[in-house]
Every structure is written in structure tokens, then in C-alpha cells.
Design a protein around this ligand. Structure first.
Ligand code: NAD
Length: 506
């Protein structure tokens, strides 16, 4: 350990309402714009993670018995506190993630929308009731909490993705253990602090920072009843297989390669303006980032490139601390090298590099992990730049002849998170939305991220599990149904014993 790292602030865990900062292992948290460590993160051991699950388990009985309106009231207060402390949260995200403060505000806002949805828990958890299903018999189904649920989240949305999970899990009556990304852990700890200020009882929401050791402990612990995961596909698949084998309910959202089909009749100016933000915003580090433009016809490709080039040249790349920045660095040095490697491979495979951002230099930030926007034309489906999720500011152009060819290409891809079509043709758009094998589809909308009252989830290898995240699916995911049949005979006369299977309708 160097002398410099010893003076860095320590980021720990919050368990049972108490901050824990000691650990056997630590890892540095970096500012990607400077390449310098800004904090040391305590990495939870198996024993520490197990202890957090036990704390959450102990808090469950009282929390589950708390009236749903009181659980929702905590979320009302939490929403107000998130808005009050938005600056603090967004500055922490910008420092550790590298995205612009405006972009962080956007993600925080989408997280707050889920909190607002959770405020309607009383309505969402009403259940279903049937009176007189037989003589003197009523029946109903209700939603009961599962117990302790765990959330494991990625680096790219350190506030929004945890909020895709815990607000709904909590109002449904569960207690929660969150394992945030080790790259940008501060937003989760601020949210834990605000939940406590909002009146959430200690132990109901816990944050355990760490790496594989903490995750493995959560997946193995018998008191963890469900796991929500968001991250890369290989880890999503691993989490799904391990946790389901351990008897847990799992939703594991993975990676993506999102295609936009550009039709010959599209409004190209509107499409370019939308595509620039969707491809290069947040340095392409979004699971719904646009990474492939599928141009129907060579003329569309030529016109699109002619309009994209000046728009890309106008993108301002820099540190979040600088003003007027559109796009920050990528998350790590390794990620920067990986992204550049993909562009190198694309060129070696025969793609045409129309805009090269590999050698970008940001003044005053020589050690930052910057990659400028890259545009590759004449990409073909067997190239790694097309097959793999790059998770960086790289847009590939693939040329096809027909809409059907475009759709076959999208359907054949291993990922099925998001896609969109730019067109003025309602019939083509309707056919596309109906038939395409992708979970979230936009028409002239490049980032079709569903609002909080529609659930979010991809198809194919972009999601492992049956239920999507947030929205109506989250009520199903974070509860189990109990069906109750109840008889209160009014006469008090005992019924004749029946040996046939009970059948109230006949
Ligand atoms: P990641 O898979 O590396 O990490 C996600 C989480 O898993 C982190 O908390 C990490 O600590 C943990 N983890 C990593 N390796 C592990 C291992 N071997 N065993 C157990 N746990 C492990 O993902 P990331 O780099 O943080 O995030 C980027 C990825 O997330 C991209 O692939 C992106 O597409 C995806 N993502 C998907 C969605 C979606 O909704 N589908 C949303 C956001 C991000």
C-alpha cells in the first residue's frame, strides 16, 4: 500500500443502520477523468456479507407487518430527500463514474420515477377477491413478501439501477441487501443514508460493498430468497444458474447490442440528432446505447454518414468537472484499451473507420480514460466489432437492402435488449414492432427505456429469468401469491361429509 492511498477516504458498508469501514481487503475507487484513486473501498468478506443477510432477516418480520401505507410513506419522504440532495448524488456519480452531471441528473430522475411508482404500493398490492365462490365461502389471493432479497448492480447507472430494484422490493414488504458496483459505490451509500432519514427502520435496507466474494455469499445464503442482477451477460448467466440452483427466484439482466434500422423514408436530420445522443451519450456505456445503425440501401448509408460526421465532430469530450461537456471518459483503463482494441479489430477485419476517436487527448487530463467517438462503416455481421458488446462510444454502420434483411440480422444477434426503427411509414413500423425478437422497441425513439409503470427487460441473452424489472412485473417478482379460501357457515349446521373431490360450481 502506498502512502498516498493511506490518506484516501474509506468507503465501507451500511448494515443495520450502522456504517462499517473496516475490512480485510480494500480496492481503490478511481476518478476516470484523472486516472487517480479518490477513495479506498472496503471489500466485504463472506462472514460480513452473511452477517448483513442475518440483519436483514431479523428486520423482516416487523417490516412485513408494517401497514403498506406506512411503507409507501417512507418512499414519499425518500423521493423528497433524493430531490433535495440531487446535487450531492450527481457530483458523486460524476466523480466516480465520469459521466456528466447532467447525465447523472437524467439517471437520478429515472430512478426517482420508480420511487414514485412504489408510492402507489397500496393500489399495487390490493390482491383479488371473490365473494361466495361456494355456499358461505369467499376466496382471495394476496401478495406476500418473500423475505430478504439481494440486488447486485453494475457501474454504469450507480443510482438508477439500484432504484430499479429496492423501492419496489421494500414497499412489497421485503428487506434488502444491495451489493453495488465496486467502481462507483458512493451513490448507494448516500441512498442508504436518505432512506434512514426518511424513516426506514434499521436493517431493512443494507449496503454491502465488495466483489465476487460478497456476491458468492449472497447467492449461497439460504435466507436470501430472491436475487435481482444487472450487469454483463456472462455474469448474469452465472448468477442465474447459481442462484436458481440454490432455490432462489432470479432476474438477471445482461448485455446488449442495440440496432437502429434507418429506412429510406426516415427524417434523417431527426434521426441523426437522436442517434448521436443514443450512441455517444455516457460514452456509450449504457445497456440501451445504440451501437449499430442498419441502413436500408446504400444511399441511406451515404446520406446518414454525411450528416453524422459534422455532428460527431461537434461532440465535446472532457471531464465532468469541465463546463459544456457532452461525453466523459470510460470507466477504467482496461475498458479504454478494450474499446480501442475492438476498433483496431474492426479496421483489420475490413470495416471503414470514418471517424477515429482512439487518439483523443483531453487537455489537463492526460491520464484520463478517454476514448473519442468512433464511427465504422461497412461493418459485416461476422466482425467482432459487430458481434460483441463493446460498451464504448463506437457506432457501427451495417448496410442492407431490405427491411426484412435488417430484421433477420437483428433477430440473429445473441442479444435482444433494445432496438428502434426510423421511418415515416406506419405499416413498416407496425410490422417491425410486432415481429422483431427484441424486448424493448422504439419507433423514431432511439432509447426506448420504458417508463416506471411499464417493466424493463430484454429478450434472448439480454435477460435470464421470467420477469422484467420495475413496473408491474416487480410486484410479481418481489412477492409470492397466497390464495385463501374461507368458509363461515351462517347456520352452524354441519355439512354432510363428501368423499368426492370438492367442486363448488356443480
Ligand atoms: P459486470 O457484470 O462486470 O458487474 C456487475 C456486477 O456483478 C457488479 O456488482 C460486480 O461486482 C459483479 N461481478 C462481476 N464479476 C463477478 C463475478 N465473477 N462473480 C460475481 N459477481 C461479479 O458489469 P459492469 O461492467 O459493472 O456493467 C456493464 C454491463 O452491465 C454491460 O454489459 C451492460 O450492458 C450491462 N447492463 C445491463 C443493463 C440491462 O438492463 N440489461 C443495464 C445496465 C448495465
Amino acid at each position: 500500500m502506498t502512502v498516498a492511498t493511506q490518506t484516501l477516504p474509506v468507503i465501507g458498508h451500511v448494515v443495520g443502520g450502522k456504517a462499517i469501514e473496516t475490512a480485510a481487503r480494500y480496492q481503490d475507487v478511481f476518478n476516470p477523468a484523472s486516472g487517480r484513486a479518490v477513495a479506498r473501498l472496503a471489500l466485504a468478506s463472506k462472514a460480513e456479507t452473511d452477517a448483513a443477510v442475518e440483519v436483514a432477516h431479523a428486520a423482516h418480520r416487523d417490516w412485513a407487518a408494517t401497514p403498506v401505507a406506512k411503507r409507501a410513506q417512507v418512499m414519499f419522504r425518500f423521493k423528497v430527500l433524493l430531490e433535495r440532495d440531487a446535487d450531492r448524488i450527481c457530483q458523486a456519480i460524476a466523480l466516480e463514474h465520469g459521466k456528466t452531471v447532467d447525465d447523472a441528473r437524467g439517471e437520478l430522475g429515472r430512478g426517482i420515477e420508480v420511487v414514485e411508482y412504489a408510492c402507489g404500493a397500496g393500489e399495487l398490492l390490493k390482491g383479488e377477491h371473490s365473494k361466495n365462490v361456494g355456499p358461505g365461502i369467499d376466496a382471495w389471493s394476496e401478495f406476500q413478501p418473500l423475505g430478504v432479497v439481494a440486488g447486485i448492480t453494475p457501474f454504469n447507472f450507480p443510482a438508477m439501477v439500484p432504484m430499479w430494484m429496492f423501492p419496489m422490493a421494500l414497499v412489497c414488504g421485503n428487506t434488502f441487501v444491495l451489493k453495488p458496483s465496486e467502481r462507483d459505490p458512493s451513490a448507494s451509500l448516500i441512498m442508504a443514508e436518505l432512506l434512514a432519514e426518511a424513516g426506514l427502520p434499521a436493517g431493512v435496507f443494507n449496503v454491502v460493498n465488495g466483489d465476487k466474494e460478497a456476491v458468492d455469499a449472497l447467492l449461497a445464503h439460504p435466507k436470501v430468497k430472491a436475487v435481482s442482477f444487472v450487469g454483463s451477460t456472462p455474469i448474469a448467466e452465472l448468477i442465474y444458474k447459481t442462484a436458481t440452483a440454490n432455490g432462489k427466484r432470479v432476474q438477471a439482466l445482461g448485455g446488449a447490442k442495440n440496432h437502429a434500422v434507418v429506412m429510406p423514408d426516415a427524417d434523417l436530420d431527426a434521426a441523426v440528432s437522436a442517434m448521436i445522443g443514443a450512441a455517444y451519450g455516457s460514452a456509450g456505456e449504457r445497456c440501451m446505447a445504440l451501437s449499430v445503425a442498419v441502413c436500408v440501401g446504400d444511399a441511406v448509408a451515404e446520406d446518414l454518414i454525411a450528416k453524422l460526421k459534422p455532428a460527431i465532430a461537434a461532440i465535446k469530450v472532457g471531464a465532468a468537472s469541465q463546463s459544456g461537456i457532452d461525453m466523459g471518459p470510460v470507466i477504467t483503463k482496461a475498458s479504454q484499451e478494450k474499446i480501442k482494441g475492438y476498433v483496431d479489430a474492426g479496421v483489420a477485419d475490413g470495416a471503414e473507420l470514418v471517424v477515429d476517436g482512439r487518439a483523443i487527448a483531453v487537455e489537463g487530463h492526460a491520464n484520463g480514460y478517454f476514448v473519442g467517438p468512433c464511427l465504422l462503416d461497412k461493418v459485416t455481421p461476422e466482425m467482432s466489432v459487430y458481434t460483441d458488446e463493446i460498451f464504448g462510444p463506437v457506432l457501427c454502420i451495417v448496410r442492407v437492402k431490405t427491411l426484412h434483411e435488417a430484421m433477420d440480422l437483428i433477430d440473429a444477434h445473441e442479444f435482444g435488449n433494445g432496438t428502434c426503427i426510423f421511418t415515416r411509414d406506419g405499416e413498416a413500423a407496425r410490422y417491425f414492432t410486432d415481429a422483431i425478437q427484441v424486448g424493448m422497441v422504439g419507433v423514431n425513439v432511439p432509447l426506448p427505456v420504458p417508463v416506471a409503470y411499464h417493466s424493463f427487460g430484454g429478450w434472448k441473452r439480454s435477460l435470464f429469468g421470467d420477469l422484467h424489472i420495475y413496473g408491474p412485473d416487480s410486484v410479481r417478482f418481489y412477492t409470492r401469491r397466497k390464495a385463501i379460501t374461507q368458509r363461515w357457515p351462517s347456520s352452524g349446521i354441519a355439512e354432510k361429509t363428501q368423499f368426492a373431490f370438492p367442486n363448488m360450481a356443480r
